[in-house]
Every structure is written in structure tokens, then in C-alpha cells.
Design a protein around this ligand. Structure first.
Ligand SMILES: [Zn+2]
Length: 418
């Protein structure tokens, strides 16, 4: 009996080892890998320089600041651009506030190009036919054009499948709502959530911006498919309540008017084919209480081979590249107009305002020496994630090695977009 068990176990281990070798050989193959076409795409350095130059050319509309944080010897810088037209004449607290982040996942370069294009439209260096910039006098927009700069540098150095930050943590799994839960097919190469909620400086900075700015609308911009997602990512449902209906109707209008209905619309968890735990958009909805919290997926090539990451997540020819920029910037401009109008019609109040100066004070004092801002603003949901992690992580650890060979819909295309 003992011998039979031992043989069975040895065979199982051998099988797992063979599958691992096959998995790595597929990943390591570079027979049909598309390199970054730098005639279309900026490097991270040149893109951020262009953003800075644009802000300097339009001080009446655009301002910027660089926020820094560090934890455990790893530091990050995040550039934030604020669009505020006629800011001297208007009272900021009466404006609708919109927060957008691009480039949270390193390999999704097209999102950062859309950010740059969008800023050139907000700076009025480019025009979108049919859109009058004066319609944006009542909104204040904060744009993070490249959230994950250190991960992006790894991609530019040749690791084209990297989506995580500069030390291997997925910034869209590092937030505290349902943090750390791992599905059967969990792959740390894709979804490593970090050592705890907000372990990563990039996530700390984004949380600080969200809490100080108090946006009415949040959009996390990704690529890998074409989709307009609303909460939740960690479960297969949308939130209850009236604002959930407003979110759905806004997304369906966008899909109809700008994308000929081809985007997936619905909850991330219910539509993308896998559940995602610890995401930014779920936190924005549940904890920051942003009335409209979204994740947009702006491009995907599902015909690309599983190891051809650049092609899977980014357009590679000039026509597709320009189409994505124009189509999504047009959609964003209408969205900036229609989103606030919809909220206003439903009497969603504009109550909270804390200046970014106050926010920098908080950041400087609370993130110094790598301390996190966790303590006082822990809600019950955050406590539950810790407890759940404690209960399940030890059991799941035993199965991590072989779980990489199990397949789900997400893994059939090898990478996740959300
Ligand atoms: Zn992504």
C-alpha cells in the first residue's frame, strides 16, 4: 500500500514538473513576439516629459505635482495633472471632480498614450469635432498619466509581459476590499497582491489622492479587451441602489454612441470571466464612496498568441493606434460632460473638498519612513479581508505550485486584463 502511494505521489510530482517546464518554455519562446514600435509609442521618459511641457504651456488650465511614497526600501513617484479651466473665477467646491488613472498595469502602454492625447485635448492643442471645451468649465479633472512607472521601465527593458510594479506586485490587487483572496488558478506572475493591503507606494499615493480629492467619478483605464466595467470585480454582481442604475445607464449610452455596442458592459467580476480581489475600483466604490466608479478596457487583440503580450494589449499599426486614441478621447470628452449632468439631474451633492496642499501634508507626515496610512480609516470590510486571508492563505499555499497549470477562461488567453 505504502509503495503504491509513494509511486502515485512521485508520478504526480513528475507530472507537475513536466507541466511547469512546458509552461515556462511557452512563456520563454520568442518566435513571434512583437517588440514595442517606438515610432508609435513614447518611452516612459519622453511621455512624462511631453506631459510636463504641455502643462507648462497651459498654466491657465493645467497644473501638476509629483507625489512620492516608499515602503520597505521601495519608493515610487506619481505625476498628477490637474485640469481646472477658469479656476480663478470659480469656487472649486462647486465643481464635479473626476479622477482618472492610466498605466496601472505596466504592459498596457496604449493607456498612457491615451492619457497624453487626452491632456493635449484638455490643453486645447487638439480638438475633437463636435466638442466645445467650454462645456468643461464646471469640472475639475485629475489625470495620473502613468501610475506604474517602475513596472513600465521593466517592460521597456524587454519584459513585455510584465504587468506588476517594480517589485512584482499587481497594483490592481493591492487594495483592501476583499484583498488577498486567491482563486484556484491564482498565478503570482499575474496577480501577486503584495504582503498586505496598500503595501505598495503607488497604491498608497492613489489612495491618498482619492481620499483628498473626493471624486464623483473614478475611471481606472486598462487594456486587454474592450469593456466598460462597473463594480464589483470581486463578485459576480453589481451594487444595489440608484447610483448603480445610473452607472449602468451611463455605460450603455457610451457603448452605444461611441463603440457601436461592441464593449462588454457590466460588473467586472460578472463580465471579464474571472473574479479579481483587492481592486482599485471596488475600493473606490465601497470605501471612498465615489458615486460612479469604473474600469475601462480600451483595446485588446484576442487573436494574438499567448506569449505575444505587446500585441495582445496594444495596437501595433498606425491606423489602429490612431483609432484607439481618437475613439476613446471622444468618449472621455462626452463622458466628462454627460456624467456630471446625470449626477446633477439626480441631485447627487457636491460636498467635500480638501486641498491637495492638505493632502501633501498628510503624505509627507504619514508615509515618511515607510509607514502606511492604514490605522484610523480601517473599516469592517478591511478587517474582514485580513481575517479571511489568515484563514485561507496557509491552505492555499500548498496548492500554489500546481495551480499554475489549471485553466480558467482568463488563463485560456494567458493573461488578465483587469
Ligand atoms: Zn490591466
Amino acid at each position: 500500500m505504502g509503495g503504491a502511494k509513494s509511486d502515485c505521489f512521485s508520478s504526480f510530482v513528475f507530472f507537475c514538473a513536466i507541466m511547469q517546464v512546458l509552461l515556462f518554455s511557452v512563456r520563454g519562446s520568442n518566435s513571434s513576439i512583437t517588440r514595442i514600435p517606438f515610432d508609435l509609442y513614447h518611452t516612459s521618459v519622453s511621455l512624462l516629459e511631453e506631459v510636463e511641457a504641455m502643462v507648462n504651456r497651459h498654466p491657465d488650465k493645467l497644473t501638476m505635482e509629483v507625489l512620492r511614497a516608499s515602503n520597505g526600501g521601495y519608493g515610487a513617484e506619481v505625476l498628477v495633472v490637474t485640469y481646472n479651466r477658469l479656476k480663478r473665477q470659480n469656487n472649486n467646491s462647486s465643481k464635479f471632480r473626476i479622477l482618472l488613472s492610466f498605466g496601472q498595469h505596466a504592459r498596457e502602454l496604449i493607456t498612457t498614450e491615451v492619457a497624453l492625447h487626452l491632456l493635449s485635448i484638455l490643453g486645447e492643442e487638439r480638438r475633437i469635432v463636435g466638442i466645445d471645451p467650454t462645456c468643461l468649465e464646471n469640472v475639475e479633472i485629475k489625470v495620473v498619466p502613468m501610475e506604474n512607472v517602475k513596472g513600465r521601465k521593466l517592460v521597456e527593458a524587454g519584459d513585455l509581459c510584465e504587468r506588476r510594479n517594480g517589485r512584482g506586485v499587481d497594483l490592481n490587487r493591492n487594495w483592501s476590499v476583499d484583498w488577498g483572496k486567491k482563486e484556484k488558478d491564482y498565478d503570482p506572475y499575474e496577480e501577486n497582491p503584495g504582503t498586505g493591503p496598500f503595501s505598495e507606494p503607488e497604491a498608497q499615493i492613489m489612495r491618498m489622492i482619492s481620499k483628498s480629492f473626493g471624486p464623483h467619478i473614478w475611471v481606472n483605464v486598462h487594456s486587454g479587451m474592450e469593456a466598460l466595467f462597473m463594480p464589483y470585480d470581486h463578485k459576480n454582481t453589481t451594487p444595489n441602489g440608484f447610483t448603480s442604475m445610473l452607472m449602468k445607464s451611463l455605460l450603455e449610452n457610451l457603448n452605444h454612441h461611441h463603440f457601436q455596442g461592441r464593449c462588454l458592459v457590466g460588473s467586472g467580476g460578472g463580465s471579464v470571466g474571472y473574479l479579481a480581489h483587492g481592486t482599485t475600483t471596488d475600493y473606490m466604490h465601497d470605501i471612498v464612496k465615489v458615486p460612479m466608479s469604473f474600469t475601462f478596457e480600451i483595446y485588446g487583440d484576442l487573436t494574438a498568441s499567448s506569449n505575444d503580450c505587446f500585441k495582445m494589449f496594444n495596437p501595433v499599426d498606425s491606423d489602429s493606434f490612431q483609432r484607439v486614441l481618437n475613439e476613446w478621447c471622444g468618449a472621455f470628452l462626452n463622458f466628462f460632460k454627460e456624467g456630471p449632468e446625470l449626477l446633477k439631474r439626480q441631485n447627487v451633492t457636491l460636498d467635500r473638498w480638501i486641498s491637495m496642499d492638505s493632502a501633501k501634508f498628510l503624505l509627507g507626515h504619514k508615509l515618511e519612513n515607510g509607514k502606511r496610512i492604514d490605522g484610523l480609516d480601517f473599516g469592517m470590510s478591511e478587517m474582514r479581508t485580513y481575517f479571511r486571508l489568515f484563514m485561507v492563505s496557509s491552505a492555499l499555499l500548498m496548492f500554489m505550485f500546481c495551480s499554475r497549470i489549471s485553466k480558467s477562461k482568463c488563463r485560456q488567453v494567458y493573461q488578465c486584463s483587469l
